[in-house]
Design a protein around this ligand. Sequence first.
Ligand code: HMG
Ligand code: MG
Length: 317
Amino acid sequence: MATRITVYEVGPRDGLQNEARVVPVDGKLALIAALVNAGITRIEATSFVSPRWIPALADSAELVERLPVRPGVQYVALVPNGKGLERLLEARRKGAPPPPVDAAIFLSASETHNRKNVNKGIDETFRAFDDVVGPALSAGLRVRGYVSTAWGCPYEGRVDPRRVAEIAERLLGLGCWQVSLGDTTGVGTPNQTREIVDLLSSRARPGSIALHLHDTRGTALANVLAGLDAGITTFDASVGGLGGCPYAPGAAGNLATEDLVYMLQGMGFETGIDLGKLVDAGALAQELVGRKLPGKALQAELATRARAAERAGEASP
Ligand code: HMG
Ligand code: MG
């Protein structure tokens, strides 16, 4: 049987948080519906962070209330503190039926990026998680954790993998069911990926580590391969390669979901995703943000479709 790989879609959150054009809530919901239609079952839909810090996701409460509830589809929202969790729980309650939305907490492996991103040091950020993890678990949510700048920090340079492993283990110890290692500014290369994952996987339960790769320098798929070799089975990606981090200068989009799915399917892995329908979602994402997205498989498929439409036009009288 083919190995199943979980593709964890972050476009509506990580992608749209960083777009110059703010997509209205109806557009966000249409994009999420298109992703669900393509067979994606894990979608990071939005953030309950400060709307002053991330204005593009200020509509998170309305979005969560209106999320489509579909069998097997699980959503996630970023939550930085107790206030964020309260807002998420309230929005979930108002949904009819209440949508399944888990929480994700996040911090960086480097002090400077953490301070720029959440206005706190690392230890202080862990203290803020006390108001999130216990109450979220008691309310029946699962909590995912992110370690950003795990391969390198835009302010401090290379990050010691032992530091990454230590923070990831601390998140797992708090009760996170999975920790996603973030290459926030896409600086990682495969040997380093192998080193980080090997260090952790000897200590973490299988499936509890995911990779969240940005493709700033074109190394994201190479890092996926290194991750697959080391036993990773969950990869974060964003439709069309939307994304970045507003508090990490130079961060480009995430690994494009279409590129990831194209490669995984070609290698015989099972994803449960229909690539053609995923391209439809990518085309919609482009329309919503009003720019051509960097995903290569998306652009190749759209070009093929355009040529086929042209030929069909020439053939018809
Ligand atoms: P702060 O300004 O230090 O907050 O921000 P504060 O606790 O001092 O409160 C100041 C005001 O904000 C108060 O309001 C609070 O109520 C309000 P006031 O009394 O002035 O009217 N506030 C909130 N409002 C709504 N929701 C909340 C909330 N919390 C406080 N949750 C804070 C601290 C963490 C809130 C802020 O720094 C923040 O929102 N940062 C988020 C930055 C962010 O979202 N970055 C992008 C996501 S991370 C990422 O992209 C990386 C990742 O993809 C992985 C990777 O690529 O590596 C995950
Ligand atoms: Mg990210």
